[in-house]
Write a new protein. Structure first.
Lengths: 396, 396
DNA sequence: ACGACTTTTTCCACTCAGAGGACAAAGGGA
DNA sequence: TCCCTTTGTCCTCTGAGTGGAAAAAGTCGT
């Protein structure tokens, strides 16, 4: 089938497309309740959208007691591709135009193999999803990469953990390979957009989304829009000093948050604890698998292992201390914690909360929920789909 | 004379008023170059503005080689009142519609005397300015207070250093007393707006403005707009922990930045150093005046006093450390340092720069100027005038 | 001084988005 | 069945805004 080529012709049409994306099928009358346009104008714009094929009629709407009305919905054949490239794995998912995930694949991978190898893998994963009948093609794709991005051009800039990616024209290249429009952003920003669209951050205008994975980053949402900073590196909180004269960090400084707590740091600490015999539980796991990760620490903690719990609490304290500073500065309406270590769950959350509520002023923390993300690994890919759909559903 | 009652009737008129405010007198043709409206439409809107009296004709424009054209300017009788309430003093200024300061008074004062006493003083200062012939009345007033403000209502909320102000309807009350529209904001935000309008931050979209006075605060500008946070306490960085287990702070925690460096902390440290005989220079000043302030430390430092220099450097290091974290997080395009301690000058600035450039990542600091504010005490009052003019020069 | 060329302003006819009312179509409830 | 409500369609009217023509008022070269 031919892919979506049309774009909304004006701001009204863009608005309607977004309403249909976020609210699902709607009758013309229901749309009219939301957009403050006259019925005639609305009818004209809907008619034009129907002509483009972006939306289609979809049976009868639930009756509200008058003349029966027909539903309108986004074309059911539209497909977005969401790609979330992490440090050690990739997530690829297909969504429909309402951003519902129809299929999702996760595979291990190492970003350091460089963009060419990684995108080869991504394309084969996308092909697999296509082959399973979920899509006949893609109308747009959103890509998340674990480092700063010059957003307008879709190019990674000086990414510390991704040597070989600096300046690689991700947007350009993937747009060619996939044959559809592509937008690229930092993975943390996409997670924030995902939680905003379908997770805990719905209806919150200003919030922070802290992602603790291999590294640590923070998505910043201001007035419903992701804030990316002057050079695209906003939210890069992994290298904020958490411990004066603390551990050496790969960035050359000492005491960076990331050096003391992150997926990588946690794995290292756990391995060390196991080798030094501080924890039977961890030692057993190390012996069984050969290496430890955050997942093992989570499991050990769940089994009641004191060392594992201490590691988590200590990390939570450090993280909480940094977040407390950010809360004072930014005064968000919500803080979301997500990423690979979310499995550490409430032990981690409790430690973070304790620090923040103790250190920040009551006016900032008074009504401040600090919660775990509710989408887990799908936050990134949903955010990616959201990114490209925001782009496509905006006036040309 | 009757005061301004008219307001722009639509977004175009508002746009034109702001252009005239920021660019001074302009011919219709020059305005046309900036607004992307047809000549005819522009002529209509200008005509309507002339009818309201908000703008007036103002002689001939500089010739560009064709038919002579007449300048348009904002009504020369328009007057805004800018009020900057600090912890220990008040600044009151009158500006014209182009936000040029026509008269400026500074008086010592103690906010803790409460809103009624303070506003009595402010009103008498405003009356003095009026009496000196600078204004026949005020068309609007902007007020800055040293604490968080619920912005839409113009009411201080839970201000730590201003007991008795919590919930006081500043906007309402002053609007009554002055008989003109009033807007209220945090003093730090106003300083940021001042530097943005007439100071170092012109043409920068995203920047931070750190004000070090009796306390420490930070104005946050995102995309040219001040960001105030969910409860109006954004930028409250004085209580970020700068020293683990450091000095006790009035807020109940330990190690807050404000407890280690601020006008108040500096005065205390200097007094202690003088009393313990560490510094002849400071001891002499203490003996002469009876108490020390940041100004004395600045003077001692200028005279080469080692103790004073150490105090400044130490404070700069602490401040720089906190700012380094904020820079990593926010990735601003500029950092402005201002407030009462600006007199400490380049010693302070150098210490801050050292910390930030060392601790933050190159991508964030690569092209990041860290500079002193260039407006000094007028930044606040200009920002206040800007605040109310933005309000008045927006579509009703 | 005069003509050629520019710039600025004014006037006017024309387009087009959008509002809003009238009316038709198609239900529900007493 | 009758009446009321909701929804969809049609049509007219308004007002914002565009763009061209022409007039007004300069500059500059010869």
């Amino acid at each position: 089938m031919r892919r979506m080529t049309a774009r909304p012709g004006n701001a009204h049409q863009a608005r309607l497309l977004r309403l249909l994306r976020d609210g699902g099928p709607n009758s013309r009358a229901q749309l009219g309740d939301q957009v403050d346009l006259s019925r005639s104008k609305l009818a004209v714009e809907v008619e034009r959208l129907l002509e483009t094929g972006l939306v289609v009629a979809d049976g009868l709407a639930a009756s509200r007691g008058g003349r029966r009305s027909h539903n309108i919905r986004l074309a059911p054949a539209l497909r977005f591709l969401g790609v979330d490239i992490g440090a050690t794995s990739v997530d690829v998912a297909v969504t429909n135009a309402e951003l519902e995930v129809l299929g999702h694949i996760n595979q291990p991978m190492d970003v350091r193999e460089g963009p060419v190898a990684v995108f080869e893998q991504v394309l084969s994963m996308a092909a697999k999803l296509k082959a399973s009948g979920l899509a006949e093609g893609f109308d747009g794709a959103g890509i998340g990469v674990p480092g700063p991005v010059r957003f307008p051009e879709g190019v990674p800039v000086a990414p510390p953990i991704m040597p070989g990616w600096d300046g690689f024209p991700v947007r350009e290249a993937l747009s060619q390979d996939l044959g559809c429009p592509v937008m690229v952003d930092n993975d943390v920003n996409l997670m924030a957009m995902g939680e905003q669209h379908a997770g805990v951050a719905r209806s919150v205008g200003d919030f922070l989304c802290v992602k603790i994975g291999t590294g640590i980053g923070c998505g910043i949402v201001v007035g419903g829009e992701v804030y990316r900073g002057t050079t695209g590196s906003a939210g890069d909180i992994g290298h904020i000093q958490a411990v004066p004269d603390g551990r050496p960090c790969a960035c050359g400084n000492r005491g960076c948050l990331e050096a003391h707590f992150s997926g990588a740091a946690l794995a290292r600490d756990a391995t060390e604890a196991a080798q030094q015999g501080h924890s039977q539980e961890l030692a057993a796991r190390l012996a069984a698998v050969g290496s430890l990760s955050a997942v093992d620490v989570a499991a050990a903690a769940a089994a009641g292992d004191a060392t594992a719990l201490d590691l988590i609490r200590e990390g939570g304290n450090r993280t909480g201390q940094v977040i407390a500073g950010l809360v004072s500065f930014f005064n968000p309406g919500l803080v979301v914690i997500g990423g690979g270590v979310t499995g550490l769950g409430h032990t981690l959350l409790a430690a973070i909360r304790t620090q923040v509520y103790r250190q920040s002023l009551p006016l900032a923390t008074g009504n401040l929920p600090i919660v775990l993300g509710e989408l887990g690994p799908t936050a990134g890919v949903i955010g990616a789909a959201r990114l490209i759909s925001d782009h496509l559903f905006s006036p040309a």
